[in-house]
Design a protein around this ligand. Structure first.
Ligand code: 5RP
Length: 260
């Protein structure tokens, strides 16, 4: 593994832990609630995120080039919620990722779905290309509607992604999550999933980290919160400061302006 690739992973995984902010949802679901105006949503959150996961379109239009934040560039897509989601291609080249000064590229794999093989080939191709330039690949274990989000399935998907050379794997929290992490030889981060009450989102982050996750790559539970800045700060408390969900929730509640 080249020094450059290791250095880019380290920039994202601050001391082995990370709070990544996922704002790439529009690449298949259009103007997602909370992300209708990406610049407006992102600007106040950037100081509290360890990296941003987004597409090149949102990077170019909505993040100023003077921002000192690692970019995890979403480079798979080509589908929408109106069609078969697993039918993805690589949309953005490694050379473009280098030009955009990305710290990593992100690609979804759909293990068990109709286009499993093509999405795993996308991952393998990006790892091969990434090795040439020292760009790590984050694999997202996307879960088809027909799949169970359990440790057996997620463990299978995460391990395959790591075997194909992903440097970081993003997956979902599930019962017996430790088994997923133990079977995956690279760092695992969790997606937040659908918006939850803030206390529950903090518990999710806490439980994932307690069971071996390196952190979160969270989107909707941050930008769809009534108070995105306070919730991302609270998530940082869990991931970076070892706070319990209760402690982090107290900090979240305490930092919110009183209701009018
Ligand atoms: C979709 C993604 C999204 O970035 C991710 O799942 C979003 O995070 P969240 O679930 O926390 O909104 O990778 O494939």
């Amino acid at each position: 593994m080249s020094w450059g690739l290791k250095n880019r992973v380290e920039r994202i995984m601050k001391g082995g832990r990370t709070v990544m902010l996922a704002v790439d949802h529009g690449y298949f679901q259009g103007p997602t609630t909370g992300l209708e105006n990406p610049r407006k949503t992102l600007t106040p959150l950037i100081p509290y995120a360890d990296s941003l996961m987004l597409t090149r379109g949102v990077l170019r239009t909505s993040v100023d080039a003077n921002q000192d934040i690692p970019i995890v560039l979403r480079v798979s897509g080509g589908t929408s919620i109106l069609k078969e989601l697993s039918d993805e291609v690589v949309t953005t080249s490694i050379e473009e990722a280098v030009r955009l000064n990305a710290s990593a590229v992100a690609v979804s794999v759909f293990v068990g779905s109709e286009h499993e093989k093509e999405t795993l080939a996308n991952l393998a191709e990006l790892v091969n290309e990434g090795e040439r330039y020292g760009i790590p690949v984050l694999a997202v274990t996307a879960v088809g509607r027909e799949m169970a989000r359990d440790a057996r399935y997620l463990g299978l998907a995460c391990r395959i992604a790591a075997e194909l050379g992903a440097s970081i794997v993003k997956t979902y929290y599930c019962a017996d999550f430790r088994r997923v992490v133990d079977g995956c030889p690279v760092p695992v981060v969790i997606a937040g999933g659908k918006k939850l009450p803030e206390r529950d989102a903090l518990q999710l982050a806490h439980d994932a980290v307690a069971e071996g996750a390196s952190g979160v790559d969270m989107g909707r539970n941050i930008f769809q919160s009534a108070d995105p800045v306070s919730i991302i700060k609270a998530v940082r408390g869990v991931v970076h400061e070892g706070k319990s969900a209760d402690e982090a929730y107290a900090a979240f509640s305490g930092s919110r302006p009183p209701a009018q």
